[in-house]
Design a protein around this ligand. Sequence first.
Ligand SMILES: C[S@@+](CC[C@H](N)C(=O)[O-])C[C@H]1O[C@@H](n2cnc3c(N)ncnc32)[C@H](O)[C@@H]1O
Length: 633
Amino acid sequence: MHTFYLFSIILYMLTKKQVQVLDFLKTYRSKNDYAPSLEEIRRKFKLASVSTAHYYISKLQDAGFLNKEHNQPRAVSTVEAKQTVEIPILGAIAAGQPIEAIEIPDETITITRDEIGKQGKHYALRVQGSSMIDEGIFDGDIVVIRKQEVAENGQTVVAVIDDNQATLKKLYRENGKFRLQPANPTLFPIYRDEVEVRGVVVKIIRNLESQLDQGQSRDEKYVRKIDYSWDYRGEKTKSHTHGIHTYPAMFIPQVGRRLLETYSKEGDTICDIFCGSGSALVESRLIGRNAYGIDLNPLAIFLARAKTTPINPQKLTKEYLALLDRVEKIKDKEIQRPNFKNIDFWFKDKVIVKLAKLKKAIREIKDEAIQNFLMVAFSETVRYSSNTKTGEFKLVRVKADKLEKHDPDVIGIFRKHAEKNIAGMTDFYKDAKKDSWTKIIYGDSSNDNGIKANSIDCIITSPPYGDSRTTVAYGQFSRLSAQWIDVFDDPDDASGVDNDLLGGRATKDLIHTLSSDYLKESLEKIAKQDEARAKDVLSFNLGLNECLKQAHRILKPRKYFCLVVGNRLVKQVRIPTDFIIAELAEKIGFTCEDIIVRNIPGKRMPIKNSPTNIVGALEETMNKESIVVLRKN
Ligand SMILES: C[S@@+](CC[C@H](N)C(=O)[O-])C[C@H]1O[C@@H](n2cnc3c(N)ncnc32)[C@H](O)[C@@H]1O
């Protein structure tokens, strides 16, 4: 009964084709004052039959975009008056084993206001896993969550437990404990003394996009090949120095390694033009490639250098232990408080004093590499002892009542991270190839950064998904750390990073000369709904195009350039960034040899015993990313 109720409140998200049909109905109606016939819809969209046209109409009616009372399509009218609301999708939530609660607003969904009620703030999450299937929540669905910190017994909540692990479960209070109950008879409940509630589920949006559009896809210029062997589901991703410091949208080391092994050979010089925290560079060093890394975020540069500089673990441990002794002895009057805007908003006074002592003790280390390495653990300590919610990449302060109780053990946090990092460095030091080198450049990849023309054997990289404002704010994520560890001469400059990254400054208008039909189509659709967002998208692509040109310049002829990209959704328009890159790159002098689609990390395999390598199928859904393989002509 309960399950049936949940099914009945499912709200369907519009597919690309449904949006096109809706647009057509609106335009037709405004021209003719009446709606098109089913036959006209069929002809317009080259549908196989009138019943398919009818199918689209009924889906639009179900979703509340067309009035329901009339059954004849000539009579359908679009629901103009319904108030819609755009809700950010903040990432993935596990309906299964808890996953790290990190929120990356990469897309939004638009739904009608009356479906979620007028009260409260909302966000959405993609569901991974099958533990809530008896509640009608399936892998790949999107759940809309109303933000609240309390829930009633039996409500389905986003719960954060242990060390920042988030999960979707039904919540019950029992005998002074919390029971997080899966809605799947094959799974056991989780019991905890403490649970942080981040909201309750108010809507379930079924992911039918791929199923509905199956067989209707137009002839595309490029083919996406799904290949589950690139998933690396459940594999360890934090070996060596990979586990040091989180950073948004990091490479899965296995993906980096496989690309390097496939498209380069030992002794080659590779480059990651958006190296971030340096995952690909770490892998290069482990398998004997020389590597350049470029990034425009100073914290990323700092992390990448620390992760790729081998340090003798004995020396490191000795300095670390001496540091712990020293920090105890530093008196309050000896410290220097950093001076940046809003420091008191983001840190409690007690925390500032402890951090300043720690920083002073680290700065006293003479060996620069060791000092920097321990500074990375300090940066993690800054993050975890600040007043920010650590589960988010954007800077969000914890609520006032929580803040009162917030009493972080600064030295304890530092020790935990420093010791984990030293263990990682011990493995890296042992396994890194001694005769390979890594050079990390602070620079804008859309410019010439001094790397010689035709000198690189392979480029592998993962560009940002889009502009920093509406996707991942790398600069904002890095700001507090950057201000504490002095990567800027003036710490207040740390707030400006996001504006300089790809797409950071919207274009003045939508006029451009980029030759990509896919981009043009996306921009037109987005601009119809929101011109400002279209300008953000254009600015990102203009920057990306310049980066492709630079990549072409530094790469040797006939060598490979691999980009791992996500096709984000803006205003319900799926932007085929993989196809756009292929089109732009082919104009510049590359050939697109492959577009491989992989499930994003943590995504469950659709069929448990599916073969590990299914190549050749065509699909476009969310929760996936594309690896675009280009070859210089
Ligand atoms: C997806 S992240 C790369 C993450 C990296 N693969 C890792 O494992 O940590 C994209 C990176 O591009 C950088 N970026 C954005 N615009 C840039 C530009 N114009 N030039 C260089 N780097 C840029 C961002 O600072 C961010 O670190």
